[in-house]
Ligand binder design. Structure first.
Ligand code: TMO
Length: 326
């Protein structure tokens, strides 16, 4: 055990009179008493994309291995930041900068939520097309080239304008604002689920039809469907709030999502005190792009149940996580 701040845990009188061996013994005792996690369940929120669901089970099973109790709850992926802040759920394992940076920052400003560090992974979430679409629409991945052939993406639902197939409404919320800000001839249609996105992608690909849809990385998709993100006007922090940023001086949301976004972990600020060992582990946890893509693939491609996928991932990657819990 390392004792970094002995002076902070002892009364001044005791420090003045006790010898250092005695102080050491006392600290070792109080240190281990502090490290006792509550037997109340650590509440882990589950959302609607598979890497998040598998990662949540991976970490939940790690906590159980440490002797903790864990409970999973299905939660809206924007509203969850308020739930973490209030302690209704204990943590969040996938804070994607593009989709949730704003909700996370808002909760940080109100207080009650802490930044538990970044994963190694670098993320991107934006409009995307499978590679055969490049031949149907010259000049891709440039957004103006996409807009110039918007009519090819039209569907009965969108009339003369192109269809952009967005994700479920609790993810990125500002696709239509961006379309309007950039004067694009597209209409946003939100898919009801991630699997609806992949079903439409597979169907379009089979027929060789144009499709542009929401996608992200890390994801299983990159291993199965080669493709590219649309290049929108360059991302600038603040573009969503300040009309002066981006090419349209009168509009917000007129630029790309972050092309090298973070993936953070967040926690209720009371977690460190109530479950100190689990919190220390949460701070250490850091998954890479390939590890997260693999978690998604175990469900999206191999069709395992999330609990099984997590158990399989843990068994295959003990070298990654055993050190974190010891
Ligand atoms: C929130 N997501 C990773 C699906 O873009």
């Amino acid at each position: 055990m390392t004792l970094k701040h002995p002076q902070t845990t002892l009364g001044a009188g005791l420090v003045a009179t006790a010898n250092s061996a005695f102080i050491g013994a006392l600290l070792a005792f109080s240190g281990s008493a502090l490290a006792e996690d509550s037997s109340d369940p650590i509440i882990i929120p589950i959302h609607n994309w598979n890497s998040q669901i598998v990662m949540s089970n991976v970490v939940g099973q790690m906590f159980e291995e440490m002797g903790n109790n864990v409970e999973y709850v299905s939660t809206d992926s924007q509203a969850v930041y308020e739930s973490v802040r209030l302690g209704d759920v204990t943590l969040e394992l996938e804070v994607w900068e593009g989709a949730f940076g704003a909700a996370f920052n808002e909760a940080m400003e109100k207080g009650g939520i802490v930044d538990a560090g970044d994963h190694d992974a670098v993320t991107r979430e934006d409009w995307w097309y499978p590679d055969y679409v490049a031949e149907l629409c010259p000049g891709l991945p440039d957004w103006e080239a996409l807009n110039a052939c918007s009519a090819k993406f039209a569907t009965p639902e969108t009339g003369d304008s192109g269809r952009f197939l967005g994700g479920p409404v609790d993810w990125l919320k500002h696709d239509q604002e961006r379309v309007d800000a950039l004067g694009m001839d597209f209409t946003v249609v939100n898919a009801g689920s991630a699997s609806a996105l992949w079903a439409e992608l597979a169907a379009a690909k089979k027929r060789g039809e144009p499709i542009v849809l929401f996608n992200w990385t890390p994801n299983f998709i990159e291993a199965v469907h080669p493709g590219a993100f649309i290049e929108f006007p360059e991302y600038e922090p603040g573009c969503a709030e300040d009309p002066a940023l981006g090419p349209n001086p009168d509009a917000t949301y007129d630029c790309a999502n972050p092309p090298n976004g973070y993936l953070k972990k967040a926690a209720w600020e009371g977690m460190a005190e109530k479950w100190p060992s689990a919190y220390a582990v949460l701070e250490k946890i850091s998954f890479t792009n390939p590890q997260i893509a693999e978690m998604a693939k175990l469900v999206d491609v191999d069709e395992l149940e999330p609990e099984e996928a997590a158990a399989e991932w843990l068994a295959a990657n003990e070298d990654v996580w055993k050190d974190w819990i010891n």
